[in-house]
Design a protein around this ligand. Structure first.
Ligand SMILES: [Fe+2]
Ligand SMILES: [Fe+2]
Length: 377
């Protein structure tokens, strides 16, 4: 199953994750300590690295969803995006020096956190592939790890132009890994793939209509990119579908918890990048709701409930959470006893805001027999 690792020129052309990570665009002289430090951060808002019970995951039996499974794997194997994730003649020159400093800082932060998130997926999927013996599971995770290595490699190329590179090898060694039971990995990863799709396609369509706002060429690649994420999400939908217990009973509460946590994290994180969204001509509140709407529409394929994002307490609750987070960040910066107290008060406010979001009644929905979906936005 493991193809021999050759040092190919670019991760975009890799057939396997090993080949992708050994590609020449991952080595090179640039090593930015500051960027790696940002990627090393573990807060509630920064992308994490995950580990799980790999044996339990390896024991999954996909026979209840065999037909859909084989079709999806066949499509991923046919690899329509091979060679896509690298610069070509559509890649416009970027004047990093001339970029407005606040925008530059926020955009670099966006690229670093996206690269870390892609790489976090790559590491988890690669580990699953390495530890597994179940042919279906090993094949799926190899294919997904291949894609994520390409995505991370491409963002790294964009960062390199700005004189920055995240040291991915170091991250793998040094970053703290968060343990999640397999079912939590399914909920969290399914949602992060689908919300990733919704985020990328919303930006892509917006810039299609407003090309003057496209301040960096990487956005031109978002369509194929989000189709990869869509397929990854499909795979997790099928995994959850293979065991009905995962989406019924007490697990409905877990699903609601993960939906609320993933949506509110996105809201708070995006509101930290006002200059970035202004340059794109996107109001972060509109963008957030638009992405939540698409993600909710998609997640009905497998989740028996959606969040009521039109509830009168929803947006005000997210704003309260955002304000509490700003208070915590400011208090941390201030330090001292006053800072500590304000940090605690902020955390209590954030907890109360999150709880009030969690207590908004959810909307039950009918789940279709087959979850298979096409990217439609
Ligand atoms: Fe990705
Ligand atoms: Fe993905």
């Amino acid at each position: 199953m493991n193809a021999p690792t050759r040092n190919i020129a670019h991760s975009a052309d890799a057939k396997t994750v090993e080949e992708g990570l050994a590609a020449q665009n991952f080595d090179g002289p640039v090593d930015s300590t500051a960027a790696t430090e940002v990627a090393m951060q573990n807060t509630l808002l920064t992308p994490r690295f995950y580990t799980t019970d790999f044996d339990e995951m390896d024991a999954i039996d996909v026979s209840p969803v065999r037909a859909d499974w084989d079709e999806l794997i066949g499509r991923m194997k046919s690899d329509p995006n091979k060679g896509h994730f690298k610069k070509n003649e559509d890649w416009d020159h970027i004047d990093w020096e001339g970029m407005e400093p606040k925008l530059r800082a926020e955009f670099i932060d966006f690229l670093i956190s996206s690269c870390t998130a892609e790489f976090s997926g790559c590491v988890l999927y690669k580990e699953m592939k390495r530890r597994g013996s179940n042919e279906d599971i090993v094949t799926l995770f190899q294919l997904m790890a291949r894609d994520e290595a390409r995505h991370a490699g491409f963002i790294n190329d964009a960062l390199r132009e700005a004189g920055i590179a995240v040291n991915l090898g170091f991250l793998t060694q040094a970053k703290k890994y968060t343990y999640f039971r397999p079912k939590f990995i399914y909920y969290a990863t399914y949602l992060s793939e689908k919300i990733g799709y919704a985020r990328y396609i919303t930006i892509y369509r917006h810039l299609e209509a407003n090309p003057d706002k496209r301040f960096h060429p990487i956005f031109k690649w978002f369509k194929e990119w989000c189709n990869d994420e869509f397929s990854h999400g499909e795979a997790f939908a099928l995994l959850m579908k293979s065991d009905p217990k995962l989406t019924s009973g007490v697990n409905k509460l877990w699903i609601k918890f993960f939906l609320t946590a993933v949506f509110s994290t996105m809201w708070v994180r995006d509101h930290q990048r006002p200059a970035f969204h202004e340059a794109l001509g996107v109001d972060p509140a509109w963008y957030g709701q638009e992405v939540f709407r698409k993600t909710s529409e998609i997640s009905r394929q497998v989740f028996p409930l959606t969040l009521d994002i039109d509830h009168p307490r929803w947006v005000p609750g997210l704003d309260r959470l955002d304000r509490a987070n700003r208070q915590i960040a400011a208090a941390k910066k201030r330090g001292g006893v006053g800072g500590k107290l304000s940090q605690w008060a902020g955390s209590a406010k954030a907890g109360a805001a999150f709880l009030s979001l969690l207590l908004i009644p959810s909307v039950p929905c009918e789940v279709p027999v087959s979850p298979r979906m096409e990217p439609a936005y």
